[in-house]
Design a protein around this ligand. Structure first.
Ligand SMILES: NC(=O)c1ccc[n+]([C@@H]2O[C@H](COP(=O)([O-])OP(=O)(O)OC[C@H]3O[C@@H](n4cnc5c(N)ncnc54)[C@H](OP(=O)(O)O)[C@@H]3O)[C@@H](O)[C@H]2O)c1
Length: 305
C-alpha cells in the first residue's frame, strides 16, 4: 500500500480507502453484517487505514458496523465520517446547522464507539447555513477534542476557497472517475494550490467500471444505482458500455485500471472504493501492484473525455 501525507498535518492516509456506503444495506441491495466486518478486517490487513462512512448510510447502520469492525484496532485506522445529511423518511435534507451537527456527532461517536473522529466532513453544502457558521462550530468540536481535522465533500471551487479562508480544511471528498471528470477543471487545481488532500469517491461509478454489466441492469427504485449514479439507465448505459468496451482493449483488469487512472492523477490523496466483501477490496487493492504508463494514461483519458 502507498500512503499520502496531507501537508501541515500528522495525517498519513492510505492511497486506497475503504468506502462503506454499501454497509448501509438499503441502497445497495442488502449486505450481511459479517461480510462487512470481514471486509474491514481484510482492508486493514492490506494496509488500508482510511475508512469512510456517514450517518446517512443506512441511517446509522454503516457507522455501527464500522464501530464493531474496528474494535481493538482503533490505532490502525483513520476514521472519516460526515455530517449534514438528515434522513426524514425517504426524503434527505441538507442541514449544516450547529445544533443539528451537535446531535449528529454525539450519535456518530456512540455508533462508532470511539472518542474522536479523525476527519469530520461536511457531506454536502447547505444553502440555508452560512459555511462560516458551520465551520465555527466544527472548530469548537476540535477544541472539545471530538474531531481532529475538518474535511468537506461535494464542494465546488468557490465554496472550498471560502471554507479555506475561514479555517484549515484538510480534505475535499468529491466524485471522480473515468466516467465523472467534472472536478478536473476548477476543483482539482484549487485543491493543489491550497494543499487540500483530494479524496475521490465512486472510482468504479458504483461498480459499472468493473465491467460486470454486459446488459442494462435493473435496480430497484431507491438503489443508489437508480438515483445517484446516472450511467445505469437507457441511453446513458449504452454510451457507457461503448466506453467500457474501448477500455477493455487495454487488456488490464478493468476495476484496477479504473482505480489506477484516478490515483495516478496529480493531487489525489486517496481513492475511496466501496466493497461489499473481502474479495472486492482485495481485487481493488491489486491496482497498487502496478502502474499505468504515461502513454496509457493519456490514451485512456481520451476514451472518456
Ligand atoms: N461524499 C459523498 O457524497 C459520497 C458519495 C458516494 C460515495 N461516497 C463514498 O465513497 C465510497 C465509494 O463510492 P461507491 O461505493 O459509491 O462507489 P464505487 O466504489 O465506485 O463502487 C462500489 C461498488 O462497486 C462494486 N464493486 C466494488 N469492487 C468491485 C470489484 N472488484 N469487482 C466488481 N464489483 C465491485 C460493489 O457493488 P456491487 O457488489 O453491488 O456491484 C461496490 O459496492 C462510498 O462507499 C462512500 O464511502 C461518498
Amino acid at each position: 500500500m502507498q500512503y499520502f501525507n496531507i501537508k501541515n498535518t500528522d495525517l498519513s492516509i492510505s492511497s486506497l480507502a475503504l468506502g462503506t456506503w454499501v454497509f448501509g444495506g438499503d441502497c445497495w441491495g442488502g449486505v450481511k453484517e459479517q461480510d462487512c466486518i470481514d471486509t474491514v478486517s481484510a482492508a486493514i490487513d492490506l494496509g488500508i487505514n482510511l475508512i469512510d462512512t456517514a450517518p446517512i448510510y443506512g441511517y446509522g447502520a454503516s457507522e455501527s458496523i464500522v464501530g464493531k469492525a474496528i474494535k481493538g484496532r482503533r490505532d490502525k485506522v483513520v476514521i472519516a465520517t460526515k455530517c449534514g445529511l438528515i434522513g426524514i423518511g425517504a426524503h434527505i435534507k441538507h442541514n449544516l446547522d450547529p445544533e443539528s451537527i451537535r446531535t449528529e456527532i454525539e450519535e456518530s461517536l456512540k455508533r462508532l464507539k470511539i472518542d474522536f473522529i479523525d476527519i469530520y466532513q461536511c457531506h454536502w453544502p447547505d444553502q440555508n447555513t452560512p459555511i462560516e457558521e458551520t465551520l465555527g462550530f466544527l472548530c469548537k468540536l476540535q477544541q472539545e477534542g471530538k474531531i481532529k481535522y475538518i474535511g468537506v465533500s461535494n464542494f465546488d471551487d468557490k465554496l472550498l476557497q471560502r471554507a479555506c479562508d475561514f479555517t484549515k480544511i484538510v480534505t475535499l471528498q468529491n466524485q471522480y472517475s473515468l466516467l465523472e471528470r467534472e472536478i478536473e477543471d476548477k476543483v482539482l487545481p484549487v485543491c493543489r494550490d491550497l494543499n487540500v488532500g483530494v479524496l475521490t469517491y465512486g472510482p468504479l461509478t458504483g461498480g459499472i467500471l468493473s465491467g460486470k454489466y454486459k446488459t442494462e441492469p435493473n435496480f430497484k427504485p431507491g438503489d443508489s444505482r437508480s438515483f445517484f449514479y446516472k450511467c445505469y439507465k437507457g441511453e446513458e448505459f449504452n454510451k457507457t458500455k461503448k466506453k467500457i468496451d474501448e477500455l477493455e482493449k487495454f487488456k488490464r483488469p478493468l476495476n484496477q485500471l479504473a482505480v489506477n487512472w484516478v490515483r495516478q492523477q496529480a493531487g489525489i490523496a486517496s481513492v475511496i472504493t466501496g466493497a461489499r466483501n473481502q474479495e472486492q477490496i482485495i481485487q481493488n487493492a491489486k491496482a497498487f501492484e502496478w502502474y499505468l504508463s504515461d502513454e496509457e494514461l493519456m490514451e485512456i483519458s481520451q476514451v472518456t473525455k
